[in-house]
Design a binder for this molecule. Structure first.
Ligand code: SF4
Length: 227
């Protein structure tokens, strides 16, 4: 894997600018749920499972409906998959997600004393939980300062900025641990997801409105908005 090393000054400038700029945008859904639910790792875990390839507003409503009926691993595990499906509809892949949520809760009850585990190794034994979900649960639910959560926005923006040269999000996670100081690890997801949803969009990024444009070589960007 090729590796770039952005200067510490550039990383600091970009992260500080984004920290200020995102204050005027809505928080990503899982951050919102984490804030409202006092960082309850269980609700963060379930909301993250529901959020894959689903709009934030849809995930938020689906999570609310589910947690209104059941808000612990034991109570969710008792629901039928069909019932979970009806509560989380219309999140994408609701049929599969309902089964993952139920199986995940059953395992939490049977193997983890109804507690969300606190290690990557244990978290990724849960059905439907990959590194992205596990990292977000560790950061938002357990205040870890040792993890980076890479989703499609973090992957795309890190590459556009030239901080990494990677083809897959899993490679981006590994490359970012080497490329940026640890103080930024828990925040890069929040900053880049918010920026990616609003400014540095997958298609037609709004480079002319982007605060970090002076530090961005726009690698791989072919079409910007209003060009
Ligand atoms: S300048 Fe354009 S490509 Fe670079 S971060 Fe901003 S919106 Fe994204």
């Amino acid at each position: 894997m090729q590796q770039r090393n952005p200067s510490r000054a550039v990383v600091r400038r970009v992260m500080r600018s984004l920290k200020r700029a995102i204050a005027s945008f809505e928080l990503p859904v899982v951050e919102k749920i984490a804030e409202k639910q006092s960082e309850d790792p269980f609700q963060i875990l379930i909301a993250t499972l529901l959020s894959a390839r689903t709009k934030d507003a849809t995930t938020q409503e689906a999570s609310k409906r589910l947690f209104r009926v059941a808000r612990t691993p034991a109570s969710v595990a008792k629901l039928t998959a069909r019932k979970i499906e009806s509560l989380i509809y219309p999140v994408s892949f609701y049929h599969h997600k309902a089964r993952h949520v139920k199986a995940c809760c059953q395992l939490l009850v049977s193997h983890f004393n109804s507690q969300v585990p606190q290690t990557m190794e244990e978290l990724t034994t849960l059905p439907g939980v990959g590194r992205k979900t596990a990292n977000l649960v560790l950061i938002l639910g357990f205040r870890s300062r040792e993890n980076i959560c890479v989703d499609t926005h973090v992957h795309r923006i890190s590459n556009r900025l030239g901080w990494v040269i990677t083809a897959q999000p899993e490679d981006t996670e590994e490359a970012l641990y080497r490329a940026i100081d640890q103080q930024w690890w828990p925040f890069i997801n929040l900053y880049f997801v918010t920026w990616g949803q609003n400014i540095c969009r997958p298609i037609g990024p709004r480079c002319s409105e982007c605060l970090i444009a002076p530090d961005c070589p726009r690698i791989g960007v072919r079409r910007r908005k209003s060009e």
